[in-house]
Design a protein around this ligand. Structure first.
Ligand code: TRP
Ligand code: MN
Length: 466
């Protein structure tokens, strides 16, 4: 891997999960056009994210990473990127973040799967329905979900549309997080329509925050002169899958020549299906300076993981790499310790994050692809137990969630059943936590983090003989 990296060096490597565009010339033209579009994020922002993730890696913070499985340009029932959906997502994300920050007394790094999460890897390149075979839906940046030959044919014009949607989503996010909406003075206003128990729990916490703020104000600390209380940073991320688009968005950092930033998002991750060490996706990602995520599924072996870590983070830079385990509730206890030990033994600095969604996908008796909420919680708890046993920090979670009141994962406060999935099953791809389930998850995480802290700051051992 000592060969020189260029923005397009990935093109000479083997690649999987690539769409077949009927007109390559048109694709080239579109990618070329995107090269002249303004960056969506700046290298300085990506560097800030790396700094705060570096603190998470050493145990001083927690990464909250989440959003849609697949964003959509248009579908009004799935997570289309209308202003309402973005606002509802943000409210939920802020609620979760504030629960974690307050209850666990830990800084929370907030990274959305948003403003660019449009490309999906698929288990099969085609889909068959009623005797007809068509290309699989690969996300709105590639083709459309409708089962027609026209919709399923990859269309380069969609890259431009994805850029535009990402830009407008990001614009609204920036306005909401820095324009007053995310102020801690407004914790009560983020309230969503939750079940009575979650509502009660959240309101109690919000009341305590308001009291604390009022107390600080009475002591002379003025909200107005403390911008950190009035705004927050939500970074963006998506899977680095459609490399032609990512290449077109990759720009040289004007302040540091020779450094390349992929400006489509602050953070990019490599999926479990595209992490072959000698393939294109790893090649592309190793050369960009952004913080990276690497999904680790059940087939990840410790040696192979170490090899990937060496390729992606040869300088062992804190915050560069987040390892996102997605093993499944039953396998975490068995498989995660070996991975954690290998990383620790080699002195590698990483953020360990838990994706409790992708290893727990099943087909419900009613035919829907679903995820039992109990299994999701179980994977998170096991993840924390493994880290407690290994003496490492359970650094974050990676969730698929929506602010909409959907019925896609079974269980939770409203005990959604297999039959109940039908009511509001809107996802274009994987089942997401709804607002209630996500808030319940946040409270569970807060408890687990509190316990981790308590174990770390153990009282001094009592002198022998006393
Ligand atoms: N700026 C701080 C932070 O991001 C505090 C803060 C302001 C905050 N608004 C927030 C925390 C909303 C969580 C949610 O941590
Ligand atoms: Mn998914």
């Amino acid at each position: 891997m000592s060969e020189r990296w260029t923005r397009d060096s990935w093109r000479k490597k083997p690649i999987v999960q690539v769409p077949q565009y009927p007109d390559k010339g048109e694709l080239d033209a579109v990618e070329h056009k995107i090269e002249s579009f303004p960056p969506l994020v700046f290298a300085g922002e990506a560097r800030n994210l790396k700094t705060v993730l570096g603190r998470v890696a050493t145990g001083e913070g927690f990464l909250l990473h989440g959003g849609d499985c697949a964003e959509s340009f248009t579908d009004p029932s799935a997570n289309n990127i209308s202003a309402n959906n973005i606002r509802d997502y943000l409210r939920l994300f802020l609620q979760m973040a504030v629960v974690l920050t307050y209850a666990a007394a830990m800084p929370v790094v907030k990274v959305g799967r948003i403003a660019g999460q449009f490309a999906k890897p698929r288990s099969s390149p085609t889909e068959k329905k009623n005797g007809q075979e068509l290309p699989s839906y690969r996300g709105d940046i590639i083709n459309g979900p409708e089962f027609t030959a026209a919709a399923r044919t990859p269309d380069p014009a969609r890259l431009i549309e994805a850029y535009r949607h990402s830009a407008s989503t990001l614009n609204l996010l920036r306005a909401l997080t820095h324009g007053g909406y995310a102020s801690l003075g407004r914790v009560h206003q983020w309230m969503l329509d939750l079940d009575p128990r979650s509502k009660q729990r959240y309101l109690e916490l919000a009341d305590r925050i308001s009291e604390a703020l009022a107390f600080m104000q009475a002591c002379g600390l003025d909200l107005e002169s403390h911008p950190e209380l009035k705004a927050t940073d939500i970074y963006t991320s998506h899977e680095a899958l459609l490399l032609g688009y990512e290449q077109a968005m990759t720009r040289e950092d004007s302040t540091r020549p020779g450094t390349w930033c992929c400006t489509s998002a602050h953070m990019l991750w490599i999926g479990d299906r595209t992490r072959q060490p000698d393939h294109a996706h790893i090649e592309f990602c190793r050369g960009i300076m952004n913080p990276l995520g690497l999904k680790c599924g059940p087939t990840t072996k410790p040696d192979e993981l170490l090899r990937l870590v060496e390729i992606l983070n040869p300088q062992n830079e804190p915050g560069r790499l987040t390892l996102i385990s997605r093993l499944g509730a039953d396998k975490v206890g068995e498989q995660l310790p070996a991975l954690v030990r290998a990383i620790k033994r080699e002195g590698r600095v990483v953020v360990w994050s838990c994706d409790p969604m992708h290893g727990n996908t099943i087909t419900a008796t009613t035919g829907y692809k679903t995820r039992p909420f109990d299994l999701i919680l179980k994977e998170v708890k096991s993840f924390f137990s493994v880290h407690a046993a290994e003496g490492t920090h359970a650094g974050g979670v990676h969730l698929e969630m929506t602010g909409q009141n959907v019925t896609e994962c079974t269980g939770g406060a409203h005990a959604i059943t297999d039959e109940g999935l039908n009511a509001r099953y809107h996802t274009l791809c994987d089942p997401r936590l709804n607002a209630e389930q996500a808030i319940e998850m946040a409270f569970l995480l807060a408890e687990l983090l509190k316990a981790e802290r308590a174990a770390r700051v153990r009282p001094l051992p009592v002198a022998a003989g006393l």
